[in-house]
Design a protein around this ligand. Sequence first.
Ligand SMILES: [Zn+2]
Length: 114
Amino acid sequence: MHELSIAMNIVEIVEEHAGTYEINSVSDVEIDVGRMSGVVIDALRFALEEAVKSSVMESAKISINEIPAKSRCLACSHEFEPDDIIAVCPECGHLYADIISGKELKIRKIRYEE
Ligand SMILES: [Zn+2]
């Protein structure tokens, strides 16, 4: 499962981070997942429940932010929300647009217990 390896990766990063500061317990972790990242948020949430067991994240509150997709038209610079990887500009009908957000998969915040 794709999401399980991502979840394990997230736990690994947090553990490494906590290790640097010699912290045994993390209280909050906030993760950004773009709508076009290919990650299914529910599956990731489920995978994280397994992945955090006996890690520093075991009792952490995990919040996942879904980041909406945004494209910018290469012809007229109009910004819009695409429904697919191939998006047609609603302003001028141009077919090529850059995806400017929605592909992110990152840990935004790690909070430690006081
Ligand atoms: Zn356009």
